[in-house]
Design a protein around this ligand. Structure first.
Ligand code: NAG
Ligand code: NAG
Ligand code: NAG
Length: 233
């Protein structure tokens, strides 16, 4: 009797392990590697997302390609997407609805691209975004409502851009933000009142070194804090 039970269980286990592969037949995505819920299409000379992607994709890596624009609805079938890597492309335009239907997205890497501005519509469809990598672009302007639709933001990296000012007051409504990196930009004056109104955890983790800050008396306390933390001015 025990032998029958054991073989019955092995059939169940076999059926479980034969669960259909979420990957499409390899022929339809020759430039990508699919590993269950990860789709990796790096360094493949792509100018846009592949036309057929498995709807079960949770992590999509399109870094090191030649994307120039993110079109509206480009990822809309991937409603389970949580991580999207787009670094080292030439993205200069993010069209309205670029992240439509990917409302579970939590990690977005747009570093090392050609963005010049962060506009209010960019992140409207990704309210759960936690980590946003935007370093090494050409950003000169961040609209004050750029992060307004995102309520779970934790870490934002904007270093190595061309910002001369930044709407610090727009960060007051971000309760979970704990790291904000604006180092290596061209900021020369800081709105100290707006900064001192930010939550203390954010003030401590606001990275502003290597800008062109003009020294004013009121800034000495900030400078002292950075010195204690070992940052160059
Ligand atoms: C990349 O694609 C372009 C055409 O879109 C082609 O001219 C170029 O040779 C390709 N580069 C490589 C390395 O395959
Ligand atoms: C959008 O997401 C829903 C699930 O939330 C999915 O059923 C639907 O197919 C997606 N839309 C498109 C155009 O793929
Ligand atoms: C400081 O910022 C300049 C541009 O403003 C950049 O070229 C340089 O690499 C930065 N230095 C460091 C140590 O990051």
């Amino acid at each position: 009797m025990q032998g029958v039970e054991a073989s019955w269980w092995s059939v169940v286990l076999l059926l479980v392990s034969l669960k259909a592969s979420p990957c499409l037949p390899q022929d339809s995505l020759p430039e990508c590697i699919c590993a269950s819920d990860i789709l990796s299409c790096t360094d493949a000379n792509l100018t846009g997302p592949p036309s057929e992607m498995p709807v079960s994709t949770v992590t999509l890596d399109l870094s090191h390609n030649r994307l120039q624009q993110l079109e509206g609805g480009g990822f809309e079938e991937l409603y389970r997407l949580e991580t999207l890597r787009l670094s080292h492309n030439q993205v200069s335009a993010v069209h309205p609805g670029a992240f439509r239907n990917t409302s579970r997205l939590r990690h977005l890497d747009l570093s090392s691209n050609q963005l010049r501005a962060l506009e209010h519509h960019f992140f409207l469809d990704v309210p759960m975004l936690e980590e946003l990598l935007l370093f090494d672009n050409r950003i000169v302007r961040v609209e004050s409502r750029a992060f307004a639709g995102v309520s779970g933001l934790k870490k934002v990296y904007l270093s190595h851009n061309l910002l001369t000012d930044f709407p610090f007051f727009s960060l007051h409504s971000q309760p979970h933000l704990s790291t904000f990196d604006l180092s290596s930009n061209r900021l020369n004056r800081l709105p100290l009142q707006d900064i001192s109104n930010l939550p203390m955890i954010l003030q401590r983790n606001l990275y502003l070194h290597n800008n062109s800050l003009v020294c004013e008396c009121a800034m000495f306390s900030l400078f002292r804090l950075w010195e204690q933390q070992g940052f160059p001015r």
